[in-house]
Design a protein around this ligand. Structure first.
Ligand code: SF4
Length: 319
């Protein structure tokens, strides 16, 4: 069996379904040295865009993988063991994946160079972008993300807003909270204000779920995550906590499957939607919605329509 250097998964993701990961940068080529990083310590932060991994090598491997794979893939997710957007061929890679394959493309970024208009334009070719914002003041930003010198959080917040203005796809703003570092009420209020200004489709709160690079990076307790959720919810209607430790506190948005189906049919009646659109508007899991959509299709209550490689669902005209 061929070993792949840049491709991993597909792995199940609550926001993206079955996600096939593609590494665009090698180990710890990164603008940050986050206190919670699961990959390892960044020995030297960098902020130069280069073709760290050759576009042809990435696309060639992806082609070989997909040629041999027949399972489920909901998204091809561009990521890296560092900052994805440091690969200067990011835009070309997204475009070529979309030309060659039919899967939607998601990109994970920690936003360190979202101030660069080229990065914003290239990211805008994706279907889903998940940028991070773990702080809103320079002091806390430096503690939690330990950025390359000269990187300013105020400029990143403006860059994220400017990106939102040109990006037509789905934007999930990721906020990772570390106990005693970026979880004070004051910082959360400022992150909330920044998030309102940026205007993503949803905000996803997370905490340290696996051992990080630095032992001082401690997770928030479920009650602290709930507190953070209540603060950010003052600034945005769609805030979810994704941490595994919070799962038992998570209140179902809908009291029964019937309620969820009613809401789903209600929103689809207004306009055709993808599974991801429904996930974003209902705050439900990708897999829950994906299974429900399949069931409603089998019952002829929904029909699939393809447009630009995306699968939309609509109410059949006779229903
Ligand atoms: S930006 Fe990502 S890869 Fe870089 S240090 Fe932070 S968590 Fe690790």
């Amino acid at each position: 069996m061929e070993k792949y250097k840049y491709i991993f998964g597909p792995i199940p993701s609550r926001r993206l379904g079955m996600s096939l990961g593609v590494d665009l940068v090698p180990y710890k080529v990164c603008i940050y040295d986050c206190v919670f990083c699961e990959v390892g310590k960044t020995l030297k932060t960098v902020n130069i865009r280069k073709e760290y991994i050759k576009k042809e090598d990435i696309l060639g491997e992806l082609e070989r993988f997909l040629g041999n794979f027949s399972g489920q893939i909901d998204h091809i997710t561009l990521t890296g063991s560092g900052e994805t957007t440091l690969n200067v061929k990011l835009g070309e890679i997204i475009k070529e994946i979309k030309e060659k394959f039919t899967y939607p493309v998601a990109v994970l970024t920690h936003s360190g160079n979202i101030t660069d208009p080229h990065v914003r334009l290239e990211l805008s070719y994706a279907d889903v972008v998940c940028p991070s914002l773990d702080a809103a003041t320079q002091e806390v930003f430096e503690k939690v993300n330990r950025p390359y010198h000269g990187v300013k959080i105020d400029e990143i917040i403006v860059g994220l807003r400017e990106f939102r203005e040109i990006f037509k796809g789905t934007m999930f703003l990721e906020v990772l909270l570390v106990q005693g570092i970026n979880d004070s009420e004051g910082e959360l209020e400022k992150i909330g204000e920044a998030a309102r200004y940026i205007n993503p489709d949803s905000i996803h709160i997370n905490t340290v779920d696996r051992p990080g690079s630095y032992p001082e990076a401690k997770p928030l307790l479920p009650e602290q995550l709930e507190f953070a959720r209540s603060i950010l919810s003052k600034y945005h209607p769609n805030v979810r906590v994704l941490s595994r430790s919070y799962k038992h506190l998570e209140k179902p948005q809908f009291s029964s499957e019937e309620d969820l189906i009613n809401e789903l049919m209600n929103i689809i009646r207004r306009r055709p939607m993808t599974v991801l659109d429904i996930v974003t508007s209902t705050g439900s899991d990708f897999f829950e919605i994906s299974n429900l959509v399949k069931k409603l299709q089998q019952e002829n209550l929904l029909e699939e329509v393809k447009l630009n490689g995306n699968k939309f669902y609509k109410i059949p005209s006779k229903v």
